[in-house]
Design a binder for this molecule. Structure first.
Ligand SMILES: Cc1cc2nc3c(=O)[nH]c(=O)nc-3n(C[C@H](O)[C@H](O)[C@H](O)COP(=O)(O)OP(=O)(O)OC[C@H]3O[C@@H](n4cnc5c(N)ncnc54)[C@H](O)[C@@H]3O)c2cc1C
Length: 472
């Protein structure tokens, strides 16, 4: 049997970026689903196209890994800039998260007046700006050399920020806004839940800054859906779609990979499955043990997909913050993405909408079939009701197709019940998986591996992994 160089299991943003960086090698990328992109794929149902989860493309700018990687492989994504990153609506209060700092400040001062708004948001923005200028971002384990490199990254962090960034977000908010209103706190926490999968209670100041700052960056809309970026990026890569890897055997200097269709031998394996699911692929006790060290994060997504019979341009992204929690969810907010009117694919026959919020995988897993259907409908109807209450120009009759997804749906299509990665809490940092493993030729990538959520976070991990793979 032929010994290939690299086998990449999964076409999420992590698997896809690392494949494109190594396309000159003898590499095969396996994807179990018929669509590429995992949480950021675009799929068709009922004749209409929808973004499955991710809808916001951030990180396509200088000093950011995604842009660096795309430039390196000579790829130009089909995207257009969004003027407003998110419009946040909290009852009658509206804040547009935009790049222009002064305009944003004016808006926030009118909605949540506070004498320290400038110092809070300026500090957040400056910490974030400094982070993306860091040259030596690195995290690795299992060898002296890698611990030294990790330490030198931490040293660089300390040089830039002193110890202050490791102080708590909670403390920082308390110092700057000792009298913060519950509404303002909710405004901050709801945005952190989107980016960090957690709130300000148990994160560091650095996480707070990175989590709140993405709207200060260029934010893009992907024409034809997020999935089109994967289709375009992977055009000259040996991609095996609808091929699920079911078993991997460690052999002397290689890995035997068994799929639902065939069998292969690889020198190196990159797993884009989550760190919680990867162990299931192996029988090797040591490898299974290694993966069992990472405690499962139960966090997942509930997503409503809708086709509206309207042709009207909306801001691409809205966040609605409610006073009460969404039934069966762990949030009082949901994130809405509208397709752009001139998007021939997503907006053919009307606008395509993706609405997402946070839930627990264990809740859906434990329900019997009928109960599951009932609870899913309850959550879907609640979200639609609140959605309609917030848009005067849309009514129930405009919805011509609607359905939703839970952690079970994500598991069926993209093999994961955890969605959104690991919450970046102070506690989690110590138990974070690295792109390298204790096993020669076995690597991890994705949002459950350092550095975490969203495309920019996963891309940091990809740059580290690429060095590991190429002895850099
Ligand atoms: C609802 C939602 C909204 C989000 N919104 C945004 C956003 O707007 N912007 C943003 O930047 N981020 C967003 N995120 C986060 C972002 O989408 C994810 O962090 C990122 O896309 C995850 O990439 P990944 O590399 O971990 O791979 P994944 O997306 O998890 O993809 C892994 C792939 O591997 C495949 N796979 C797994 N096991 C196997 C196997 N055994 N054989 C073959 N294939 C396999 C899966 O089918 C899947 O396609 C969102 C996430 C969710 C859930």
């Amino acid at each position: 049997m032929k010994l290939h160089d690299i086998g990449v299991i999964g076409s999420g943003i992590g698997g896809s970026l690392i494949s494109s960086l190594n396309k000159q090698k003898d590499l095969i990328l396996f994807e179990k689903d018929s669509n590429l992109g995992g949480c950021a794929s675009t799929f068709t149902r009922g004749g209409y196209s929808f973004n499955a989860g991710a809808t916001t493309f951030v990180g396509y700018e200088d000093n950011h890994p995604i842009k660096r990687i795309f430039d390196k492989v000579g790829f130009k994504p089909d995207i257009k800039k969004s003027e407003v990153a998110i419009r946040v609506i909290q009852k009658e209060k509206i804040v547009d998260r935009i790049k222009d700092f002064d305009q944003f400040l004016e808006n926030i001062n009118s909605v949540y007046p506070h004498k320290n708004n400038y110092i809070f948001w300026k500090t957040i923005k400056e910490i974030d700006e400094k982070f993306w200028l860091l040259k030596k971002i690195y995290f690795g384990k299992y060898s002296f050399d890698r611990y030294i490199k990790t330490f030198s990254f931490v040293f660089e962090l300390l040089k830039v920020y002193k110890f202050s960034i490791f102080s708590t977000a909670k403390g920082f908010i308390r110092d700057i806004f000792p009298d913060i209103s519950q509404e303002y706190q909710n405004f901050i926490d709801s945005q952190l839940l989107i980016t960090l999968q957690t709130n300000s209670q148990n994160i560091s100041l650095l996480s707070l800054a990175l989590g709140l700052s993405y709207p200060f960056h260029d934010v893009y809309y992907a024409n034809g859906g997020m999935g089109k970026i994967f289709d375009d990026l992977l055009v000259d890569i040996d991609v095996h779609k609808k091929e699920k890897i079911v078993n991997i055997k460690r052999e002397k200097d290689s890995y035997r990979v068994i799929s639902n269709k065939d069998e292969y031998l690889f020198k190196n394996i990159v797993l884009n499955s989550t760190i919680f699911d990867s162990g299931n692929l192996f029988e090797d006790k040591d490898i299974k043990n290694y993966y069992s060290n990472f405690s499962f994060s139960d966090q997942s997504a509930f997503v409503v997909y809708m086709k509206l019979n309207i042709k009207k341009e909306y801001i691409s992204h809205y966040q609605i913050i409610l006073e009460e929690n969404i039934p069966n969810c762990i949030s009082n907010a949901f994130f809405i993405s509208f397709s752009s009117m001139d998007d021939d694919k997503l907006s053919s026959d009307g606008l395509s909408i993706t609405i997402s919020t946070h839930t627990k995988a264990s809740f859906w897993k434990n329900l019997q079939k009928e109960q599951y259907k009932k609870e899913k409908l309850k959550t879907q109807e609640f979200i639609i009701k609140k959605f309609l209450e917030n848009f005067d120009t849309i009514n129930g009759e405009n919805i011509k197709y609607v359905f939703s997804a839970t952690s079970k749906t994500f598991n069926n299509f993209i093999n994961r019940t955890n969605c959104g990665g690991i919450p970046i809490t102070i506690k989690n940092i110590l138990n974070t998986a690295s792109s390298n493993t204790p096993f020669k030729g076995l690597y991890n990538i994705g949002d459950t591996v350092f550095a975490g959520q969203g495309w920019p976070g996963v891309a940091i991990g990809v740059e580290i992994l690429n060095k590991e793979l190429n002895n850099g």
